[in-house]
Design a protein around this ligand. Structure first.
Ligand code: F6R
Length: 384
């Protein structure tokens, strides 16, 4: 396996942009948070500009593609759980071609790293034709989407060069979480103390991720060597973690050419379990926020599934809270993630999955920064 030069203190030593961009995430998150927070509080001028997007009906529609759509899936749960909004997530390539009268009046979010993806731009334009208020969340403040939407919330991830999205994805999750906090404040869904606690937890995340990067990197390089012969992986997650299961699977496919799919954990036994074998391991998100009843229930159900999988002889890589002793006893390999609130865990737990894709790509000899048949922005000519 190719040798990786030492880590974050010598950034020029990174052999690939993808690895560098994985390591840049704490700094990218800090810059993004600084753009949307005023010290320890929400920024009133951002709240004022979001008023041009916020919706009295409480309906939100998110349109995006690929990884950006996965951050939309996480946002669906976050905006519904924290703010009580009603959120739908569409594939841009479908929403942009939908016809017929629309009786709903959602505020629309388009999510796009590049801000130029043809299908997402077409969705933005379709939403505007329908008279919906629009918000663009992109990593390019001067992009077409940012300019055409009613409101723009740019990320401060910095230029992302590797085709597999990494730092743009975690910064999208951070901005969507911030959007949820702004909506909670607008709707009086959180008192000042609760809001302050959410902001403090968000602000603590970059340091927490930074302290885990090197241990994840060395553990996961070894895991990739161990699992490199697998034919396919099934990634499983519940609730907000399902979005991360989907993202982990997409990242593995595009970076390493190894097949993978993401499913809601509870769907495994409704078909995909027939695939599970020595050559088809599982990657199970089994982190938990012990302060949240719903998270504990999901965790307990996941533990039951892990017991069943152990009895079935499945090979399982799990992600679990640092300090958890139940999960490691039930699985082949366990990656620890420092505890965080339920809706912030995705920002941390996707990082070890990014490392796994990166090291699997190296094991398979793939040019991880430029995988075949893919481009950084899918921009198509209009149909003649
Ligand atoms: C995955 C990836 C793609 C993009 C998708 C949308 O790593 O990069 O799936 O997420 O092509 O691109 P943007 O976000 O630029 O609209």
């Amino acid at each position: 396996m190719p040798q990786i030069s030492p880590g974050k203190s010598t950034p020029n030593a990174f052999p690939h942009e993808m690895l560098r961009e994985i390591y840049e995430q704490p700094a990218a998150l800090r810059r993004t948070l600084a753009a949307y927070l005023k010290e320890q509080d929400l920024n009133p001028s951002i709240a004022a500009s979001l008023a041009a997007w916020s919706n009295p009906s409480g309906e939100v529609l998110i349109a995006a593609s690929g990884s950006s759509r996965h951050s939309g899936l996480a946002a669906e749960i976050i905006l519904e759980d924290l703010c009580g909004l009603a959120v739908d997530v569409e594939y841009s390539s479908e929403y942009s071609l939908r016809e017929g009268a629309e009786r709903r009046h959602p505020s629309v979010i388009v999510l796009s790293q590049s801000g130029e993806t043809s299908d997402t731009l077409a969705s933005l334009r379709a939403a505007r034709r329908r008279g919906h208020r629009t918000l663009a969340i992109t990593n390019a403040a001067a992009s077409t989407m940012a300019q055409e939407a009613d409101v723009s919330m740019p990320l401060a991830a910095g230029i992302e060069r590797a085709v597999p999205a990494t730092k743009s994805f975690t910064c999208q999750l951070a901005v969507l979480y911030l959007l949820a906090l702004y909506e909670c404040a607008r709707l009086h869904q959180m008192n000042a103390a609760t809001l302050a606690a959410h902001i403090a937890a968000l602000r603590a995340l970059p340091d927490s991720i930074e302290s885990q990067l090197d241990p994840w990197r060395s553990q996961i390089a070894a895991l990739a060597a161990k699992y490199k012969a697998a034919a396919s992986f099934l990634y499983l997650g519940r609730g907000v973690h399902y979005a991360i299961a989907r993202e982990g699977a997409l990242k593995l496919k595009e970076a390493s050419y190894v097949h993978a799919e993401g499913y809601p954990t509870g769907e495994l036994k409704h078909g995909p379990n027939a695939l599970v074998s020595d050559r088809v391991p599982l990657v199970v998100l089994a982190t938990v926020d012990p302060t949240l009843d719903g998270s504990v229930i999901r965790y307990e159900k996941t533990i039951q599934l892990l017991r069943d999988m152990q009895a079935q002889g499945a090979r399982v890589i799990a992600l679990a809270n640092t300090g958890d002793t139940t999960v490691p006893a039930l699985v082949s390999d366990c990656i620890f993630v420092a505890p965080a609130p339920e809706h912030l865990l995705p920002i941390a737990e996707v990082v070890p999955l990014q490392f796994f894709s990166y090291f699997m790509a190296l094991e398979h000899g793939v040019d991880v920064d430029r995988p075949r048949n893919l481009s950084k922005a899918v921009v198509e000519q209009p149909v003649a």
